[in-house]
Design a protein around this ligand. Structure first.
Ligand SMILES: Nc1ncnc2c1ncn2[C@@H]1O[C@H](COP(=O)(O)OP(=O)(O)OP(=O)(O)O)[C@@H](O)[C@H]1O
Length: 292
């Protein structure tokens, strides 16, 4: 209990007002330190457990956490602590993993995304995902953008599609670099350009939330800087949840940071608080480089 200190909201939390400072897990044996709950969350994760190998292995333990509107939430922690597992729960990517089971509840704008009525295709259009390695379709730059909107029946007329291509690529900071080669293969772009194309492809279907799993880990420092600036711009419109191994990156781009350890959410708070005034010994050890 001595490790549990009430967290003060910081100025960076202006948009997301804290509702509580210490959350008691259902088993009451462990506590998350900080501010897991906020006013008017976009997504609400409640008491989520994730099991692999038909229940043999538990990767996430009783995690509860809110994701706010127009914020960047960074998920950090040592390798294997469950960051990607939890991220994949947010758009049900784990459904495709044999022997994986998720309990608890996750809502998007109050609607249970694990309910029987939830259509997966609709969910994936509301909660988009950008992966570690840029993975454009083996199609033209234009087709990469138009594929999703056509699939979801969002846009059909050629002029509307052209406008969407321009808007999505502009938002992703790629338009000027590719406007004269829209019909060339996307695989001809550099790694950083391909990642921005994947972000443009995600934006094109107007998601509410964008999940990013180490989006810069395959990129050089210059391409990383471009993506980080882009993330900063995108949060004016979207909620972004980003897994990162780079603490510097979390500090540069995120509003709040969640620190995980062995499947437990140890601490969540404004990024400034987590890095400059961590409340839990495990967080302190991690950010000071003593662990991981
Ligand atoms: N498909 C799977 N089947 C079985 N166990 C898995 C599977 N995917 C992940 N795990 C296990 O779940 C735990 C959490 O893994 P996860 O990939 O979510 O961690 P992480 O924090 O994202 O790690 P990293 O930073 O190394 O990517 C680990 O023990 C991992 O071995």
């Amino acid at each position: 209990m001595s490790e549990i200190i009430r967290a003060m909201p910081s100025p960076i939390m202006a948009k997301v007002k804290p509702k509580s400072s210490v959350h008691h897990r259902t088993d009451e044996s462990r506590l998350t330190v900080g501010v897991p709950f906020i006013e008017n969350p976009r997504m609400a994760v409640r008491d989520v457990n994730v099991f692999y190998d038909n229940g043999v292995k538990q990767a996430i333990n009783h995690v509860s956490l809110d994701i706010g509107e127009r914020e960047v939430l960074a998920m950090i922690g040592p390798s294997g602590c469950g960051k990607s597992t939890l991220l994949r729960c947010l758009n049900r990517m784990n459904d495709t993993v044999d022997g994986c089971r998720v309990t608890g509840s996750i809502t998007l704008d109050g609607k249970d995304i694990y309910s029987k009525e939830q259509e997966i295709v609709e969910l994936r259009s509301q909660v988009g995902m950008v992966f570690q390695r840029p993975n454009p379709f083996p199609k033209s730059i234009r087709d990469n953008i138009t594929y999703g909107p056509k699939l979801h029946g969002l846009v059909e007329a050629r002029a509307d599609l052209d406008l969407l291509v321009e808007q999505s690529l502009t938002k992703a900071g790629l338009w000027n670099e590719v406007k004269d080669r829209l019909d060339t293969p996307a695989t001809g772009l550099s790694g950083g350009q391909q990642q921005r194309l994947c972000i443009a492809r995600t934006i094109a279907i107007s998601p509410e939330v964008i999940l990013m799993d180490e989006p810069c880990s395959a990129l050089d420092p210059i391409a990383t800087e471009v993506i980080e600036e882009l993330i900063y711009d995108l949060k004016q419109q979207f909620s972004i949840v980003m897994v990162t191994h780079s603490m510097q990156q979390a500090l540069r781009v995120s509003d709040r940071t969640a620190y995980f350890h062995l499947g437990d959410l140890i601490e969540v708070n404004s990024t400034q608080e987590v890095f400059h005034n961590p409340k839990h010994r495990l967080t302190t050890d991690y950010i000071s480089g003593r662990f991981g």
